[in-house]
Design a protein around this ligand. Sequence first.
Ligand SMILES: *[C@@H]1O[C@H](CO)[C@@H](O)[C@H](O)[C@H]1NC(C)=O
Ligand SMILES: *[C@@H]1O[C@H](CO)[C@@H](O)[C@H](O)[C@H]1NC(C)=O
Length: 240
Amino acid sequence: MKQVLLVPFLLFWIFFVLHSTTTSAQSPAQSPAAPSGPSDILSILKKAGHFTTFIRLLKNTDMAEQINGQLKKNSLGLTIFAPPDSCFSNLKLGTLNSLTDKQQLQLVQFHILPSFYSILQLQTATNPVHTLAGDSNDGHFQLNVTSSSGEQVNLTTGIVSATAADTIYTDNSQLAVYRVDQVLLPLEIFGSPSPPPSKPKQSAATTASTSETSGLIGPNLPQTAISLGVAVGAMFSFWL
Ligand SMILES: *[C@@H]1O[C@H](CO)[C@@H](O)[C@H](O)[C@H]1NC(C)=O
Ligand SMILES: *[C@@H]1O[C@H](CO)[C@@H](O)[C@H](O)[C@H]1NC(C)=O
């Protein structure tokens, strides 16, 4: 008797458990997908294809987030020169890995202009054009448009000459993304090989700090002696 009652109960229980797990499994799938507007730089590059290295750099340096944030504000817009993977593989082996975090950021920033340029506007831009990497008017991080014809511009950094020919994306007001055929290597980072900058800086810092500490001890000793003498003299004059 007992078993006969138990079977329908178990069946009901199994049905109940199965039903509740399937419904709970369904609910997260039904939640709306994260909105990815047309001007999400990473999805633009992913869709274009063959930009995995540039995408990785944009992510590692947090520039992807900054770009998307910038585009949400109603700003002057951005122009991005995107080198495809083949450009990065043309670089000397280990080039990217030899860069410091700051240099990687500067390299990425050098590929971004802080305003929207159509190809036509680029062709008539004043040299050097401003990039996010630094103040080009100071002679740092200069990027020049050297020549143009039709729908393309040639760029020079002082190290490489690149051509921007293909428009990957443009909304004609906020964002333009062009494919370049070279990684734009800034003179500041890839210029004439100089001795590792950390060495002379460090020795200069240590000599400075030692002279500082000796300076602290040096002039202070006679000073305390003088003030002691003055105090003793004052005491004597008081006693007299
Ligand atoms: C731009 O550079 C490419 C490759 O260096 C060259 O073939 C082309 O003639 C240049 N374009 C102009 C307009 O000078
Ligand atoms: C860029 O153009 C400016 C102005 O013509 C010039 O002074 C500068 O030397 C150029 N820099 C490079 C890297 O070509």
